[in-house]
Design a protein. Structure first.
Length: 200
């Protein structure tokens, strides 16, 4: 067991194998939920959407609830470990978690036939389409912030792109403010997404 848990790749593979075993056990016991067909592939993409979203929003909240508030408490000689090692790795997963979340969400909406209705915020008068549409647009805004504001600013703030000290400080502030904007938007976005699946 230690060989599985001491290596992240092995842990992820074991988690996926355990998922397959669980699915097989449920199908074996109930005869329901068998892979195949449009409904199953739509579900599988929704599962990938949720997994990607957990990665994205989990890291967003890590940055805002843990890293940013605690940076002033870290001695200056230890800060390079965050800026040179931890933050770049976390930002890689953060960016690609955002991309995967948006891509899988749009595909799921298209596969379920409500992409246009959601993007037009329920122009058909269906509450579910309005709710999921609000969530989608909030997610799209957040994705845009990640890729086109936060990431470019973080590259300057972390020294990946050479800029002077004033530009570096301004970039760090921009990244923080847009990250906080995404944190603010994450609450109504998650409510809209979950309500569309459970209330409407």
């Amino acid at each position: 067991m230690a060989a599985i848990l001491s290596n992240l790749r092995n842990t992820v593979i074991a988690g996926l194998v355990l998922t397959v075993i669980m699915v097989a056990a449920i199908i074996g016991a109930t005869g329901e939920g068998q892979p195949g067909g449009h409904a199953y592939f739509t579900f599988l993409l929704r599962w990938l959407h949720v997994v990607s979203g957990v990665m994205w929003i989990g890291l967003l909240w890590y940055f805002n609830f843990v890293q940013i508030p605690n940076m002033p408490n870290i001695p200056d000689d230890q800060k390079p470990a965050i800026g040179k090692v931890i933050a770049p790795a976390a930002l890689w997963w953060f960016r690609w978690g955002a991309m995967a979340t948006i891509a899988t969400g749009l595909i799921v909406a298209a596969m379920n036939g409500y992409l246009v209705q959601a993007l037009t915020l329920g122009s058909d008068g269906v509450a579910k389409h309005m709710a999921i549409g609000i969530g989608m647009w909030l997610g799209i805004i957040m994705w845009f912030n990640v890729w086109f504001v936060i990431w470019p600013a973080q590259q300057k703030a972390l020294g990946m792109v050479e800029v002077d000290a004033d530009a570096k400080a301004a970039a760090a502030r921009t990244a923080m403010l847009f990250s906080r904007t995404n944190t603010l938007l994450s609450f109504p976005m998650l409510y809209a997404m979950v309500s569309a699946q459970n209330i409407f």
